[in-house]
Design a binder for this molecule. Sequence first.
Ligand SMILES: N[C@@H](CCC(=O)N[C@@H](CS)C(=O)NCC(=O)O)C(=O)O
Length: 217
Amino acid sequence: MTTISKAPPFTLYEYRASPFCVAVRVGLHECQVAFTPRDVDLTKPRTAAFLKRSPFGRLPALVEHRPSGELAVFESPAVLLFLAERFPQSPLGFSDLTARGEAYSWLSYVATGFAVELWTVYCEEHVLEDGERSPRSHQRARGEFDRHLDVLDRHLARRAFLAGDYSVADTLATPLLDLLDHLKVDLAAFPRVRSWRDRLRERPSYKDAWPGEDDEE
Ligand SMILES: N[C@@H](CCC(=O)N[C@@H](CS)C(=O)NCC(=O)O)C(=O)O
């Protein structure tokens, strides 16, 4: 019998280390979907073909190859929502309208609140050069980010995941929480955030998102 090997129906255009790309890889593994990863060199101009898939030239972009043509989805929250709708039986799928509403809210918060505050602090501590940093802006961002962690810590006292059950919001948060390891944040002060991060790290999708990489680096 001849086995015909078919290319996976999805291609993920990515910059491997980007948390937004990691989140999509975690999401694809949650859905147990085979995909072809395609690294895009951020130092080179984007091709016209890529810009058709991701008009601002950013990563990630997920392409589904269909008999009728390809469908490209860009922006990590949109990609995760697409996967949730495309694979409703997966852990990303929504059980009912309540679950959907809560997951939408928390996904939006992670994308536009948590990620933004975290990135501001990260830039002050790791990206900006001497002379570009502002102690005032750093202090403001740290204060605001600590407030977010405090609200999250109290929220997570009553649920295991942001929207109750595991959802796309947790998928997007997973790689962002990894960035906390590089910030001067004492997670002992936010024990439920720490347990939530541990729960996310225990999911097989977390390890599967980094194929070929050892636990200890
Ligand atoms: N909001 C976007 C952010 C994506 C993003 O900023 N991607 C970065 C990699 S971390 C990128 O493509 N940078 C290259 C560029 O902006 O040209 C998402 O969630 O997908």
